[in-house]
Design a protein around this ligand. Sequence first.
Ligand code: NAD
Length: 261
Amino acid sequence: MPSGERLAGKVAIVTGAGSRADGIGNGRAAAVLFAREGARVLLVDREPELAEATLAMIEEEGGEAVVQQADVTADEDCRAMAAEAVSRWDRLDILHNNVGIGGRGSVVEVDESDWEQVMRVNVTGMMLASKHAIPAMKESGGGAIVNISSISALRPRGLTSYSTSKGAVIALTQAMAVDHAPDGIRVNCIAPGPVYTPMVYSAGMSDELRDRRRHASLLKIEGTGWDIGNTALFLVSDEARYITGVIIPVDGGTILRGPAR
Ligand SMILES: NC(=O)c1ccc[n+]([C@@H]2O[C@H](COP(=O)([O-])OP(=O)(O)OC[C@H]3O[C@@H](n4cnc5c(N)ncnc54)[C@H](O)[C@@H]3O)[C@@H](O)[C@H]2O)c1
């Protein structure tokens, strides 16, 4: 049995619910926390075996979830994931748009096809997932969407394609919040800071860089996927019923610090 009831009776889709390596990514953490609070969760990932590990964590705690293979850049896959949630559980209340990939370099350095791929995954993917989830949420009487941006959108540092895509996620959040408030759908955005997740350490990270990232925050502590997941849990719960269209940095105060190069 789930240990909490903050999302009891609700059905959620989490995109990128796996983690690219062992450990707790932002999507995995959100999926586990949603299930712990009573939601039934569709664990969407392009690589299903990565989401299977998240499923095992949820089932170990007595939660309910199912893995769905989908690439969020494919319209048909996004249509299928909303349809699967509804046919399996009769409703859809929550969409956690977590998938995102990195991109490096200035506009002078960036390769055009890499730029387009970052925009496609980070922006078009969220649009397509939302396009198919929103009608199902409307049918269910409303819902809540969380889009994952990054403080790179608010304080860019040499990751221009990534920062630009994450800026678009903020604008997308605000546009969706305005357009779908009449449907009873709240749309909010989290801008994570330099949290220590498989996304950043799976390609190798020196102890020195890890320490520098920790010290980038005012609080001098290391953020984790759980910090992002707990914020998402609040935003999709009824405790946030009066909150829509906001961008919440979850970064230990990193954006308030001076240049970090
Ligand atoms: N870790 C950080 O420091 C940090 C900082 C700011 C923002 N973020 C954001 O957090 C989010 C990622 O969090 P995470 O820790 O879960 O990442 P992750 O890299 O572990 O990815 C989670 C999953 O997404 C899946 N995925 C990738 N592309 C996909 C696609 N097209 N369709 C379906 N699934 C796909 C991967 O297979 C993986 O299992 C991203 O949006 C990222 O930009 C992270």
